[in-house]
Write a protein that binds this ligand. Structure first.
Ligand SMILES: [Zn+2]
Length: 405
Protein backbone atom coordinates (compact mmCIF):
# COMPACT_ATOMS: atom_id res chain seq x y z
CA UNK A 1 0.00 0.00 0.00
CA UNK A 2 1.33 3.44 -0.85
CA UNK A 3 0.07 6.98 -1.14
CA UNK A 4 0.82 9.15 -4.15
CA UNK A 5 0.80 12.79 -5.10
CA UNK A 6 1.41 16.12 -3.46
CA UNK A 7 0.62 19.60 -4.69
CA UNK A 8 4.15 20.13 -5.91
CA UNK A 9 4.90 16.76 -7.47
CA UNK A 10 2.27 17.02 -10.20
CA UNK A 11 3.67 20.08 -11.86
CA UNK A 12 7.36 19.27 -12.04
CA UNK A 13 8.06 21.05 -15.34
CA UNK A 14 10.03 18.43 -17.24
CA UNK A 15 7.57 15.57 -16.90
CA UNK A 16 4.01 14.84 -15.96
CA UNK A 17 3.18 11.61 -14.19
CA UNK A 18 -0.50 10.75 -14.44
CA UNK A 19 -0.58 8.89 -11.12
CA UNK A 20 1.08 11.76 -9.27
CA UNK A 21 -1.23 14.23 -10.97
CA UNK A 22 -4.28 12.22 -9.89
CA UNK A 23 -2.86 11.93 -6.37
CA UNK A 24 -2.43 15.69 -6.18
CA UNK A 25 -6.00 16.32 -7.34
CA UNK A 26 -7.42 13.77 -4.87
CA UNK A 27 -5.46 15.39 -2.01
CA UNK A 28 -7.46 18.59 -2.44
CA UNK A 29 -10.87 18.36 -0.73
CA UNK A 30 -12.94 19.78 -3.57
CA UNK A 31 -16.37 18.78 -2.29
CA UNK A 32 -18.94 20.37 -4.59
CA UNK A 33 -19.08 23.34 -5.27
CA UNK A 34 -15.53 23.87 -3.94
CA UNK A 35 -12.54 23.68 -6.28
CA UNK A 36 -10.12 23.71 -3.29
CA UNK A 37 -7.23 24.80 -5.51
CA UNK A 38 -7.43 22.04 -8.14
CA UNK A 39 -7.58 24.56 -10.98
CA UNK A 40 -5.32 27.43 -9.82
CA UNK A 41 -2.68 25.33 -8.05
CA UNK A 42 -2.45 22.22 -10.22
CA UNK A 43 -4.25 22.38 -13.56
CA UNK A 44 -3.66 25.95 -14.70
CA UNK A 45 0.15 25.82 -14.29
CA UNK A 46 0.12 22.73 -16.54
CA UNK A 47 -2.15 24.37 -19.12
CA UNK A 48 -0.12 27.58 -19.19
CA UNK A 49 3.10 25.64 -19.62
CA UNK A 50 1.44 23.97 -22.62
CA UNK A 51 0.63 27.33 -24.19
CA UNK A 52 -3.05 27.61 -23.27
CA UNK A 53 -4.59 31.01 -22.61
CA UNK A 54 -6.73 30.70 -19.50
CA UNK A 55 -9.82 32.83 -18.87
CA UNK A 56 -11.39 32.64 -15.39
CA UNK A 57 -15.19 32.65 -15.44
CA UNK A 58 -15.88 32.29 -11.71
CA UNK A 59 -19.45 32.74 -10.61
CA UNK A 60 -20.15 33.30 -6.90
CA UNK A 61 -18.62 30.39 -4.96
CA UNK A 62 -18.08 28.40 -8.15
CA UNK A 63 -14.70 28.20 -9.91
CA UNK A 64 -14.93 27.99 -13.70
CA UNK A 65 -12.40 28.39 -16.47
CA UNK A 66 -12.08 28.31 -20.21
CA UNK A 67 -8.66 27.59 -21.72
CA UNK A 68 -7.81 27.67 -25.40
CA UNK A 69 -4.81 26.92 -27.57
CA UNK A 70 -4.21 26.77 -31.32
CA UNK A 71 -6.48 27.80 -34.14
CA UNK A 72 -8.16 26.69 -37.32
CA UNK A 73 -11.38 24.96 -38.27
CA UNK A 74 -12.70 21.86 -36.51
CA UNK A 75 -11.04 21.46 -33.19
CA UNK A 76 -11.79 19.69 -29.96
CA UNK A 77 -13.47 20.98 -26.81
CA UNK A 78 -12.76 19.08 -23.58
CA UNK A 79 -15.27 19.44 -20.74
CA UNK A 80 -14.59 18.39 -17.15
CA UNK A 81 -15.20 19.11 -13.48
CA UNK A 82 -13.00 19.24 -10.39
CA UNK A 83 -15.70 18.87 -7.73
CA UNK A 84 -16.55 15.58 -6.03
CA UNK A 85 -19.57 14.37 -4.07
CA UNK A 86 -19.39 14.49 -0.23
CA UNK A 87 -17.37 11.70 1.42
CA UNK A 88 -20.13 9.93 3.40
CA UNK A 89 -19.51 6.98 5.74
CA UNK A 90 -17.86 3.59 5.36
CA UNK A 91 -14.38 4.29 3.93
CA UNK A 92 -11.53 1.91 4.69
CA UNK A 93 -9.00 4.23 2.95
CA UNK A 94 -8.54 7.93 3.43
CA UNK A 95 -10.84 9.64 0.89
CA UNK A 96 -8.35 12.46 0.26
CA UNK A 97 -5.04 10.61 0.09
CA UNK A 98 -4.93 8.54 -3.16
CA UNK A 99 -3.94 5.17 -1.73
CA UNK A 100 -2.75 2.46 -4.14
CA UNK A 101 -3.72 -1.10 -3.17
CA UNK A 102 -3.53 -4.06 -5.54
CA UNK A 103 -3.64 -2.05 -8.73
CA UNK A 104 -6.38 0.33 -7.66
CA UNK A 105 -6.12 3.99 -6.67
CA UNK A 106 -8.62 4.79 -3.92
CA UNK A 107 -9.91 8.27 -3.12
CA UNK A 108 -12.94 10.50 -3.57
CA UNK A 109 -13.12 11.53 -7.22
CA UNK A 110 -10.75 8.76 -8.41
CA UNK A 111 -13.21 7.73 -11.14
CA UNK A 112 -15.64 10.71 -11.13
CA UNK A 113 -13.78 12.45 -12.53
CA UNK A 114 -10.31 13.34 -11.29
CA UNK A 115 -8.91 10.13 -12.81
CA UNK A 116 -10.20 10.72 -16.37
CA UNK A 117 -9.33 14.42 -16.08
CA UNK A 118 -5.74 13.59 -15.08
CA UNK A 119 -5.58 11.12 -18.00
CA UNK A 120 -6.78 13.79 -20.44
CA UNK A 121 -4.21 16.31 -19.12
CA UNK A 122 -1.42 13.74 -19.41
CA UNK A 123 -2.50 12.92 -22.99
CA UNK A 124 -2.63 16.63 -23.88
CA UNK A 125 0.82 17.10 -22.37
CA UNK A 126 2.25 14.35 -24.57
CA UNK A 127 0.49 15.48 -27.73
CA UNK A 128 1.41 19.16 -27.30
CA UNK A 129 5.06 18.24 -26.63
CA UNK A 130 5.06 15.95 -29.65
CA UNK A 131 3.33 18.19 -32.17
CA UNK A 132 3.46 21.75 -30.81
CA UNK A 133 2.41 24.36 -33.33
CA UNK A 134 0.99 21.91 -35.86
CA UNK A 135 -1.91 21.15 -33.49
CA UNK A 136 -5.41 22.38 -34.22
CA UNK A 137 -7.65 24.31 -31.86
CA UNK A 138 -8.19 22.83 -28.38
CA UNK A 139 -10.56 24.31 -25.80
CA UNK A 140 -11.11 23.24 -22.20
CA UNK A 141 -14.04 24.06 -19.94
CA UNK A 142 -13.69 23.20 -16.25
CA UNK A 143 -16.16 23.81 -13.44
CA UNK A 144 -16.36 23.06 -9.72
CA UNK A 145 -20.11 22.50 -9.75
CA UNK A 146 -21.11 19.50 -11.82
CA UNK A 147 -22.10 17.25 -8.92
CA UNK A 148 -24.42 19.90 -7.53
CA UNK A 149 -26.69 20.55 -10.51
CA UNK A 150 -26.99 24.26 -11.08
CA UNK A 151 -26.66 26.90 -13.74
CA UNK A 152 -23.49 28.39 -12.20
CA UNK A 153 -21.04 25.98 -13.85
CA UNK A 154 -20.73 24.73 -17.43
CA UNK A 155 -24.11 26.22 -18.36
CA UNK A 156 -22.86 29.66 -17.21
CA UNK A 157 -19.53 29.29 -19.03
CA UNK A 158 -21.29 28.35 -22.27
CA UNK A 159 -23.51 31.44 -21.99
CA UNK A 160 -20.51 33.71 -21.31
CA UNK A 161 -18.57 32.40 -24.29
CA UNK A 162 -21.52 32.70 -26.68
CA UNK A 163 -20.79 31.76 -30.29
CA UNK A 164 -17.09 31.11 -29.58
CA UNK A 165 -17.82 27.45 -28.86
CA UNK A 166 -20.15 26.79 -31.79
CA UNK A 167 -17.33 26.24 -34.29
CA UNK A 168 -15.81 23.25 -32.46
CA UNK A 169 -16.21 20.06 -34.46
CA UNK A 170 -16.55 17.86 -31.41
CA UNK A 171 -16.61 17.86 -27.63
CA UNK A 172 -15.29 15.22 -25.23
CA UNK A 173 -16.77 15.14 -21.73
CA UNK A 174 -14.32 13.19 -19.53
CA UNK A 175 -17.15 11.68 -17.48
CA UNK A 176 -17.08 8.00 -16.48
CA UNK A 177 -18.88 6.32 -19.36
CA UNK A 178 -17.39 2.85 -19.74
CA UNK A 179 -19.15 -0.21 -18.32
CA UNK A 180 -16.71 -2.99 -17.29
CA UNK A 181 -13.62 -2.16 -19.38
CA UNK A 182 -12.34 1.19 -20.58
CA UNK A 183 -13.86 2.10 -23.92
CA UNK A 184 -16.49 -0.65 -24.01
CA UNK A 185 -19.13 2.09 -23.92
CA UNK A 186 -19.29 5.79 -24.76
CA UNK A 187 -22.21 8.02 -24.03
CA UNK A 188 -23.69 9.99 -26.93
CA UNK A 189 -26.68 11.50 -25.17
CA UNK A 190 -29.01 11.29 -22.24
CA UNK A 191 -32.71 11.53 -21.74
CA UNK A 192 -34.13 14.41 -19.70
CA UNK A 193 -35.27 13.73 -16.14
CA UNK A 194 -38.22 15.09 -14.20
CA UNK A 195 -39.91 13.76 -11.06
CA UNK A 196 -43.17 14.46 -9.31
CA UNK A 197 -44.95 13.41 -6.13
CA UNK A 198 -48.70 13.20 -6.69
CA UNK A 199 -51.10 13.35 -3.74
CA UNK A 200 -54.71 12.24 -4.16
CA UNK A 201 -57.08 13.34 -1.39
CA UNK A 202 -60.47 11.64 -1.06
CA UNK A 203 -63.18 10.92 1.51
CA UNK A 204 -61.99 9.00 4.57
CA UNK A 205 -63.91 6.90 7.06
CA UNK A 206 -65.19 3.42 7.87
CA UNK A 207 -65.01 1.05 4.89
CA UNK A 208 -68.73 0.38 5.26
CA UNK A 209 -69.66 3.98 4.46
CA UNK A 210 -67.18 5.18 1.78
CA UNK A 211 -67.81 4.37 -1.90
CA UNK A 212 -64.71 3.33 -3.89
CA UNK A 213 -65.00 6.27 -6.32
CA UNK A 214 -64.72 8.67 -3.33
CA UNK A 215 -61.60 6.99 -1.91
CA UNK A 216 -58.00 8.07 -2.39
CA UNK A 217 -56.33 4.69 -3.03
CA UNK A 218 -58.48 3.42 -5.94
CA UNK A 219 -58.40 6.91 -7.47
CA UNK A 220 -54.62 7.01 -7.25
CA UNK A 221 -54.50 3.51 -8.76
CA UNK A 222 -56.56 4.71 -11.76
CA UNK A 223 -54.17 7.64 -12.18
CA UNK A 224 -51.11 5.35 -12.08
CA UNK A 225 -52.58 3.05 -14.74
CA UNK A 226 -53.54 6.01 -16.95
CA UNK A 227 -50.04 7.51 -16.63
CA UNK A 228 -48.48 4.16 -17.48
CA UNK A 229 -50.42 4.21 -20.77
CA UNK A 230 -49.52 7.78 -21.65
CA UNK A 231 -48.50 7.73 -25.31
CA UNK A 232 -45.38 9.75 -26.15
CA UNK A 233 -44.82 8.18 -29.57
CA UNK A 234 -45.79 11.38 -31.41
CA UNK A 235 -42.98 13.23 -29.64
CA UNK A 236 -40.42 10.44 -29.93
CA UNK A 237 -40.87 9.76 -33.66
CA UNK A 238 -37.62 11.49 -34.69
CA UNK A 239 -35.58 10.39 -31.67
CA UNK A 240 -33.52 7.21 -31.17
CA UNK A 241 -34.31 7.36 -27.44
CA UNK A 242 -37.85 6.97 -26.13
CA UNK A 243 -39.75 8.71 -23.36
CA UNK A 244 -40.62 6.47 -20.42
CA UNK A 245 -42.57 6.99 -17.26
CA UNK A 246 -42.36 4.92 -14.07
CA UNK A 247 -44.35 4.94 -10.85
CA UNK A 248 -41.64 4.78 -8.17
CA UNK A 249 -43.57 4.43 -4.87
CA UNK A 250 -47.10 4.38 -3.47
CA UNK A 251 -48.05 5.25 0.06
CA UNK A 252 -51.50 5.38 1.68
CA UNK A 253 -53.33 4.18 4.76
CA UNK A 254 -52.07 2.20 7.74
CA UNK A 255 -51.39 -1.54 8.14
CA UNK A 256 -52.95 -1.33 11.60
CA UNK A 257 -56.31 -0.10 10.34
CA UNK A 258 -57.62 -2.53 7.75
CA UNK A 259 -61.19 -1.28 7.99
CA UNK A 260 -60.38 2.44 7.56
CA UNK A 261 -60.34 4.27 4.22
CA UNK A 262 -57.44 6.77 4.39
CA UNK A 263 -57.72 10.45 3.42
CA UNK A 264 -54.73 10.51 1.08
CA UNK A 265 -52.67 8.35 -1.21
CA UNK A 266 -49.29 9.64 -2.42
CA UNK A 267 -47.21 8.23 -5.25
CA UNK A 268 -44.02 9.13 -7.05
CA UNK A 269 -43.48 9.31 -10.80
CA UNK A 270 -40.18 9.57 -12.66
CA UNK A 271 -40.16 10.60 -16.32
CA UNK A 272 -37.15 10.11 -18.63
CA UNK A 273 -37.93 12.13 -21.74
CA UNK A 274 -36.52 12.32 -25.26
CA UNK A 275 -35.24 15.49 -26.96
CA UNK A 276 -38.55 15.48 -28.91
CA UNK A 277 -40.54 16.87 -26.00
CA UNK A 278 -40.02 19.76 -23.56
CA UNK A 279 -40.20 19.47 -19.77
CA UNK A 280 -43.16 21.89 -19.86
CA UNK A 281 -45.12 19.55 -22.15
CA UNK A 282 -44.16 16.52 -20.03
CA UNK A 283 -45.62 18.24 -16.97
CA UNK A 284 -48.82 19.28 -18.79
CA UNK A 285 -49.45 15.76 -20.08
CA UNK A 286 -48.82 14.13 -16.69
CA UNK A 287 -51.14 16.55 -14.89
CA UNK A 288 -53.92 16.35 -17.52
CA UNK A 289 -53.78 12.54 -17.61
CA UNK A 290 -53.78 12.02 -13.84
CA UNK A 291 -56.58 14.56 -13.32
CA UNK A 292 -58.87 13.04 -15.89
CA UNK A 293 -58.23 9.50 -14.57
CA UNK A 294 -59.49 10.50 -11.15
CA UNK A 295 -62.55 12.37 -12.45
CA UNK A 296 -64.43 12.26 -9.16
CA UNK A 297 -65.92 15.30 -7.49
CA UNK A 298 -64.99 13.73 -4.14
CA UNK A 299 -61.25 13.57 -4.85
CA UNK A 300 -58.68 16.28 -5.39
CA UNK A 301 -55.14 15.99 -6.72
CA UNK A 302 -51.91 17.90 -6.11
CA UNK A 303 -48.59 17.80 -7.98
CA UNK A 304 -45.27 18.53 -6.38
CA UNK A 305 -42.61 18.59 -9.10
CA UNK A 306 -39.10 17.81 -7.87
CA UNK A 307 -37.00 18.35 -10.99
CA UNK A 308 -35.26 21.69 -11.45
CA UNK A 309 -36.43 22.96 -14.84
CA UNK A 310 -33.58 23.09 -17.32
CA UNK A 311 -31.04 21.17 -15.20
CA UNK A 312 -32.18 17.72 -16.35
CA UNK A 313 -32.60 18.47 -20.05
CA UNK A 314 -32.02 15.75 -22.65
CA UNK A 315 -29.15 15.90 -25.12
CA UNK A 316 -28.16 13.86 -28.12
CA UNK A 317 -24.98 13.96 -30.19
CA UNK A 318 -24.97 14.29 -33.95
CA UNK A 319 -23.19 11.63 -36.05
CA UNK A 320 -20.21 13.38 -37.66
CA UNK A 321 -16.92 11.83 -38.85
CA UNK A 322 -15.34 12.59 -35.45
CA UNK A 323 -17.49 9.85 -33.97
CA UNK A 324 -16.04 7.33 -36.43
CA UNK A 325 -12.57 8.44 -35.29
CA UNK A 326 -13.56 7.79 -31.66
CA UNK A 327 -14.75 4.27 -32.57
CA UNK A 328 -11.58 3.52 -34.58
CA UNK A 329 -9.20 4.74 -31.87
CA UNK A 330 -10.97 2.75 -29.15
CA UNK A 331 -10.90 -0.35 -31.36
CA UNK A 332 -7.21 0.15 -32.04
CA UNK A 333 -6.36 0.39 -28.33
CA UNK A 334 -8.78 -2.13 -26.82
CA UNK A 335 -9.58 -4.47 -29.71
CA UNK A 336 -13.30 -3.69 -29.86
CA UNK A 337 -15.63 -0.90 -30.87
CA UNK A 338 -17.57 0.88 -28.12
CA UNK A 339 -21.29 0.61 -27.62
CA UNK A 340 -23.02 3.99 -28.12
CA UNK A 341 -25.30 4.55 -25.18
CA UNK A 342 -27.79 7.07 -23.86
CA UNK A 343 -28.34 5.26 -20.53
CA UNK A 344 -27.72 6.65 -17.09
CA UNK A 345 -27.81 10.16 -15.66
CA UNK A 346 -27.44 13.40 -17.54
CA UNK A 347 -23.98 15.07 -17.62
CA UNK A 348 -22.72 18.51 -18.63
CA UNK A 349 -22.97 17.54 -22.32
CA UNK A 350 -26.52 18.86 -22.12
CA UNK A 351 -25.30 22.44 -21.71
CA UNK A 352 -23.07 22.52 -24.80
CA UNK A 353 -24.17 24.37 -27.97
CA UNK A 354 -26.01 22.08 -30.37
CA UNK A 355 -23.87 23.50 -33.24
CA UNK A 356 -21.01 21.29 -32.00
CA UNK A 357 -21.55 18.33 -34.32
CA UNK A 358 -20.39 15.50 -32.07
CA UNK A 359 -20.60 15.45 -28.26
CA UNK A 360 -19.60 12.32 -26.34
CA UNK A 361 -18.63 11.16 -22.88
CA UNK A 362 -15.61 8.87 -22.62
CA UNK A 363 -14.08 7.99 -19.27
CA UNK A 364 -13.42 5.25 -16.74
CA UNK A 365 -15.77 2.41 -15.72
CA UNK A 366 -19.04 2.87 -13.88
CA UNK A 367 -20.20 -0.70 -13.46
CA UNK A 368 -17.77 -1.61 -10.68
CA UNK A 369 -20.43 0.32 -8.77
CA UNK A 370 -18.09 2.58 -6.81
CA UNK A 371 -18.98 6.03 -8.16
CA UNK A 372 -20.30 8.35 -5.45
CA UNK A 373 -19.75 5.54 -2.91
CA UNK A 374 -17.23 4.84 -0.11
CA UNK A 375 -13.89 3.44 -1.37
CA UNK A 376 -14.27 5.02 -4.81
CA UNK A 377 -11.38 3.88 -7.00
CA UNK A 378 -9.94 3.78 -10.47
CA UNK A 379 -7.73 0.94 -11.70
CA UNK A 380 -4.10 1.86 -12.52
CA UNK A 381 -4.34 -0.05 -15.83
CA UNK A 382 -7.71 1.51 -16.52
CA UNK A 383 -6.15 4.95 -16.14
CA UNK A 384 -3.16 4.12 -18.36
CA UNK A 385 -5.46 2.71 -21.08
CA UNK A 386 -7.50 5.89 -20.90
CA UNK A 387 -4.33 7.97 -21.40
CA UNK A 388 -3.53 5.94 -24.54
CA UNK A 389 -7.04 6.31 -25.94
CA UNK A 390 -7.13 10.07 -25.26
CA UNK A 391 -3.63 10.56 -26.71
CA UNK A 392 -4.46 8.75 -29.97
CA UNK A 393 -7.79 10.50 -30.16
CA UNK A 394 -6.20 13.94 -29.76
CA UNK A 395 -3.61 13.08 -32.41
CA UNK A 396 -6.25 11.87 -34.87
CA UNK A 397 -8.56 14.83 -34.26
CA UNK A 398 -5.97 17.59 -33.95
CA UNK A 399 -2.97 16.54 -36.04
CA UNK A 400 -4.08 14.07 -38.72
CA UNK A 401 -7.22 15.93 -39.80
CA UNK A 402 -5.15 19.09 -40.29
CA UNK A 403 -2.51 17.44 -42.42
CA UNK A 404 -5.22 15.69 -44.48
CA UNK A 405 -7.16 18.95 -44.95
ZN1 LIG B 1 -18.72 13.48 -12.90
Amino acid sequence: MSTIGSRRSATTPHRLNVLELLGSLISLESVTPEDAGCMPEIIVPILEALGFTVTWLNNGAVTNLYAERGEGPGGLLIVGHTDVVPVGEGWSHSPFAATIVEGRIYGRGATDMKGPLAAALKALYTVVHGHGDSLGRIGIILTSTEENPSHDGTSYVVKQLGSRLASYECALVTESSSAFEVGDRIKVGARGVDEVEITVTGVDGHVGYVRPDMAAIPSAARAIVALRHLDFSGYDAESPVKTELHATYVHGGSCNALNVVPTTCRFGVDVRYSPGITWQRVRELVEETARSAISSEHCSIQFQWRGKPGTGDPWLSGYGPALDVVDEVIEQVTGRKPKHSTEGGTGDGRFLPKDIGVIFELGSCTDADNMHKPNEFVGVQELLTLVRIYRMLFERLLVDSRSEG
